[in-house]
Design a protein around this ligand. Structure first.
Ligand code: GDP
Ligand code: K
Ligand code: MG
Length: 300
């Protein structure tokens, strides 16, 4: 890791917000690579995941967190606890909201959490591309919220990238001088294997029925590299036999579709040929078991 030049700034920024406001999409855009999976399904993100952005003037380590909501089971509790820990451990919080809808009750739970911390907050209004022309939340609910808490506010679209340069300079402005925490060319703290598993889970989220994805944990059990291709062996754990049936699909058609799309995503990630072998396991009530949560890679 090089020594930072005079005036170089660095720090950790937690990306916090309700499910589906675009936290993971934003982190991917900012670091310029797909390291976090995204989908229209809430609770797509389960693990704390760092994305690293290094420029000539600063290094920002983004901490992507699962969307915050009231927990209903052990997995949910672990997710909220990790988000709370992230808030207290970072230099800055980027609270992301969906600007295409008004500030509301869903944000309240998070704002209460933020009021308990001393970490400075910036309010980011995402999805500016989706905002109806006659509705400007900068003049409405969000501005009131930001003014009340004295939070700087910035509006952007994580999807199109518009406004992200402004966001980036605002973040740098609020960071203190500091060292490189990671080598300048690193974009995430996660091992490639973890991201491979996530890319498989992303296809399950996108392709299967609503109730199935939340019961899925993917574990990449083995990766073999040969001169020609990389072989990836991954287990898809579900909680019930019926879910196993859905994942496999008629004559294996669903598993085939998942595998084919995930294989392409993994090829993009590693920039090479991939052979992907998926198998489905039934692991009853894994979301209730701290032991299984840990085994499946969650910080419990
Ligand atoms: P997270 O749950 O907060 O991490 O949200 P995701 O990043 O998974 O995104 C949730 C959904 O919102 C996905 O379907 C994204 O494609 C979509 N999304 C994210 N950012 C934007 C944006 O700026 N504009 C629009 N139109 N959609 C977005
Ligand atoms: K999501
Ligand atoms: Mg996410």
């Amino acid at each position: 890791i090089p020594i930072a030049p005079e005036g170089f700034k660095s720090g950790f920024v937690a990306i916090i917000g309700r499910p589906n406001v675009g936290k993971s999409t934003l982190m991917n855009q900012l670091v310029g690579q797909k390291i976090a999976i995204t989908s229209p399904v809430a609770q797509t993100t389960r693990n704390r995941l760092q994305g690293i952005l290094t420029t000539s003037e600063a290094q920002i380590i983004f901490v992507d967190t699962p969307g915050i909501h009231k927990p209903h089971h052990e997995l949910g509790k672990v997710l909220v606890k990790n988000a709370q820990m992230a808030i207290n451990a970072v230099d800055l919080v980027l609270l992301v909201a969906d600007s295409s809808i008004e500030a509301g009750g869903g944000d309240r739970y998070i704002i209460d959490l933020l009021e308990e911390t001393k970490t400075p907050v910036i309010l980011g209004l995402n999805k500016s591309d989706q905002q109806p022309a006659n509705f400007d939340p900068l003049d409405e609910s969000y501005r009131q919220l930001a003014q009340f808490h004295q939070w700087p506010m910035v509006k952007f679209s994580a999807l199109t990238g518009s406004g992200l340069d402004l966001l980036q300079s605002l973040l740098v402005e609020h960071l203190d001088p500091g060292p490189y925490y990671y080598p300048p060319d690193l974009v995430t703290d996660q091992p490639e294997r973890f991201i491979m598993g996530e890319l498989i889970r992303e296809q399950i989220l996108l392709l299967t029925r609503q109730e199935v994805p939340h019961s899925v944990a993917v574990v990449v059990e083995n990766v073999e590299e040969t001169p020609k291709l990389t072989r990836v062996f991954a287990a898809i754990n579900v909680e019930r036999n019926s879910q196993k049936g859905i994942i496999i699909g008629k004559n294996g058609s669903m598993l085939k579709a998942i595998g084919s799309a995930a294989r392409q995503a993994i090829q993009k990630l590693i920039e090479g040929e991939v052979y992907l072998n998926l198998f489905v396991k039934v692991e009853p009530k894994w979301r209730q078991s701290r032991l299984r949560l840990a085994e499946f890679g969650y910080r419990v």
